[in-house]
Design a protein around this ligand. Structure first.
Ligand code: ZN
Length: 506
């Protein structure tokens, strides 16, 4: 009896123990399953049970995009449906802190990473964008998902002085089928608003990017064959390349401090190229400094004639402010092609340039020190262009888009290395020759036509005297006095780097 009793109690103990283990295992699965049960509406809510972690982004941007691995299914004990886990596999380049969240909704398990921003307005806009993206994708996938799906949203970001850019990578797997798409978000930090990423660059920017990529690919293709006697340079120049320059080819980009990083696909491989902003500036609706180009274009009558008065060789702290007053009084605007070294001359000239910019007139470049560009090497040309750009930027916080080469002189090198439309003139006021206000007025009135670009100099008192009479006289004849940008805008001419323009009808 005693032995029997003992045997029984051992059996009971064994049975009890296995129930305990089973119970623990069940409890574990139930808790794990419950942890994954939250909708996206809880995303930003405090006290929600979704997992949240901040990840510092020191990721390797060169790592290829790999499809999400399917993790081992963790099934809740109560059901027979496998519950996949969302796990990030690819590491993208995050600039600062990333917020990480996990959740589950309508048959879709998701993992989400998005940027944490210091600026409160930026942060809340980023939250809004990411919420929208998540809700949209969850709605889309839960409809499609027959069984269970995994959704991962990660991102790569970059920023310039005025713009912040995020390229979201949306990766999902439904019923064993994996897919990826990207979504671009651009934010103008200066204006505090979201920018349409498809509208940032004009068509010509994509043409330029395609040319650069084609050149790169041709160089790569020919680099190994030089010993066979093929002239690489000729091949490169002749090569048309696979890219034609459509928006679709370069729809994915990130704005980095060094330039716009465009992604493209070649031979099934994803690659990227960084284009410096100096080459894209002319084609940007919002500059890398957050200036909205359209903001400087006034509402004008496109059917009425226009003339662009342009003033070279300034700024001049005596004459330029006088001219600004005359322009203001007449509700007219002009373009000032300033010299970089004069801009930096002293506080008075710097202040004058600021006044020009803040009054809504156009600041453009007349190079740094008025050298004959035609006589310079590539290095010499580049120095004159870049130093002038930097001088203007140091004062007004924006780069000039247009360049007037000194003496109106240029050659192919100047065109190529200016990275700007070259604006000359088709009406010379001859102020430098006559040095007489009345003669300047007569000369311009005699030659005035719609679309003219007029050459003048705001360093001379007689030119400013002339402007006082000339501007109202032109307006009486029906002309609108406009900046060069306004003129080309209303005449529907898309300016192109390396091209020379004498007037709106050339
Ligand atoms: Zn000049």
């Amino acid at each position: 009896m005693k032995r029997k009793k003992k045997r029984l109690s051992t059996l009971v103990r064994v049975l009890l123990c296995s129930w305990c283990v089973l119970g623990l295992v069940l409890a574990f699965f139930v808790i794990d399953w419950a942890m994954n049960l939250q909708g996206p509406e809880e995303l930003a809510g405090s006290g929600s049970v979704d997992t949240l972690a901040k990840v510092t982004g020191e990721a390797d941007p060169t790592r290829p995009v790999t499809p999400t691995e399917v993790p081992e299914a963790t099934a809740p004990a109560a059901t027979t449906v496998p519950m996949p886990k969302a796990e990030f596999v690819t590491e993208y380049a995050h600039m600062g802190e990333a917020v990480e969240r996990y959740g589950y909704m309508d048959k879709v398990t998701y993992g989400l990473r998005y940027p944490h921003r210091e600026d409160a307005a930026e942060e809340s806009e980023a939250d809004r964008i990411v919420q929208e993206l998540l809700s949209e994708k969850l709605a889309e996938f839960s409809k499609d998902a027959g069984e269970l799906g995994i959704l991962l949203i990660d991102y790569e970001d970059g920023e310039t002085t005025g713009l912040y850019s995020v390229l979201f990578y949306v990766e999902w797997e439904i019923d064993g089928v994996k897919e990826t798409e990207t979504r671009l978000w651009l934010y103008n930090k200066k204006k505090g608003e979201t920018v349409d990423g498809t509208e940032l660059f004009a068509d010509r920017a994509y043409t330029y990017v395609a040319q650069q990529v084609n050149r790169l690919l041709a160089e790569e293709a020919t680099s190994g064959t030089s010993e066979e006697g093929i002239d690489n340079k000729t091949l490169v120049q002749k090569s048309e390349g696979p890219f034609s320059g459509t928006r679709e080819e370069f729809a994915e980009y990130v704005l980095t401090a060094d330039g716009a990083k465009f992604y493209y696909e070649t031979d099934g491989k994803r690659q990227s190229i960084v284009i410096p902003y100096i080459a894209l500036h002319t084609y940007m609706a919002v500059t890398e400094n957050g200036t909205v180009v359209a903001d400087s274009i006034r509402e004008l009558d496109p059917d009425k004639p226009m003339i662009a008065l342009t003033f070279d060789d300034g700024p001049n702290d005596k004459q330029t402010p006088r001219l600004l007053e005359i322009l203001e009084k007449n509700n007219a605007r002009a373009t000032f092609f300033v010299l970089g070294d004069r801009v930096l001359w002293g506080p008075a000239n710097k202040n004058t340039l600021k006044m020009v910019y803040e009054s809504g007139n156009e600041v453009a470049s007349h190079t740094y020190s008025h050298k004959k560009l035609k006589e310079l090497s590539v290095e010499g040309i580049t120095e004159e262009i870049v130093k002038a750009r930097d001088a203007v930027y140091s004062v007004i916080g924006e780069y000039p888009t247009l360049i007037r080469p000194p003496y109106g002189g240029y050659n192919d090198l100047v065109k190529e290395y200016s990275y700007a439309p070259l604006i000359t003139w088709n009406l010379d006021s001859e102020d430098w020759k006559s040095r007489d206000a009345q003669k300047v007025v007569d000369q311009v009135l005699k030659e005035a036509r719609d679309g003219n670009i007029v050459l003048m100099h705001d360093i001379h008192w007689f030119t400013v005297d002339a402007a006082e009479v000339l501007i109202p006289a032109l307006m009486e004849r029906g002309y609108q006095i406009v900046t060069v940008q306004e003129l080309f805008h209303y005449k529907n001419v898309e300016l192109e780097n390396g091209r020379v323009y004498h007037s709106s009808y050339n």
